[in-house]
Ligand binder design. Sequence first.
Ligand SMILES: [Fe+2]
Length: 266
Amino acid sequence: MSRTAAHSDLFAEHYVDLRAEGAAARVAAGLRERGLVTLDGLNGRAAVLELAARYLDVTPHRDSDPDGLTVLHNTHQHAGRSGFAGLGSGSLSPHTERSGLLFPPRLMLVACARPAEEGGASLLTDGHMVYADLALSHPDAVEALSEDSAGLFGGQDGVLAPVFRLTPDQQITVRLRLDDLVRWHPLVTRHIRALTEALARHQQPLLLDAGEGFLLDNTRWLHARTAFTGPRRLYRALGNPHHSLLPEGSATSSFGQEAVSVLETA
Ligand SMILES: [Fe+2]
């Protein structure tokens, strides 16, 4: 995949120039309306930290450093270890972050410090598109994936939760992992193929250059990665948004009531 091809419309479509007047309002609008903004000018750890502090309450992660940032790179020490695939160089299946928590962090900020020599594209998927697609093509799958006990996410200490959840304010949220740390309800297993096919139909590549990044709604967008070579390094921050950025219950839905009604009757 060439850098030009992978540095696709997705980056341009969601881009906010942080140096421009009114940037904060555009970041907020981008998250509220589409759940994703793409950014640049994130040159160095301090710049990433400054941006993270501006928009989210950073929460620590098992793999994060004391400042809250996790450096995603190939450690050469985690090959084959369950739940540590992000610290290798292999491809990653579409997932949302911290799916094993009852309340996963709403936002994820990722910034590229050093691109890979080959590969290493981020693959982003709008969960609302997947939901709308499945609601039309496989409504039985949406129904099964929306059951409270659809999956056990995160291993023994994980949580039983649906993939798609309709919130009280009529929003669809998404939770997913497809590795060995999810166990599906027997009635859900047969729908995973339709789900993964729908995910593939809506996946878009994003090959970040140094200083580029994205901020996404982790309850709407799924992320994945292609395998890579070389000393690729990304910074990642997780956390909930400051209230001024994304008030709780703020609308992020972009599809019609028809799709929502599938869940309401499920
Ligand atoms: Fe991830």
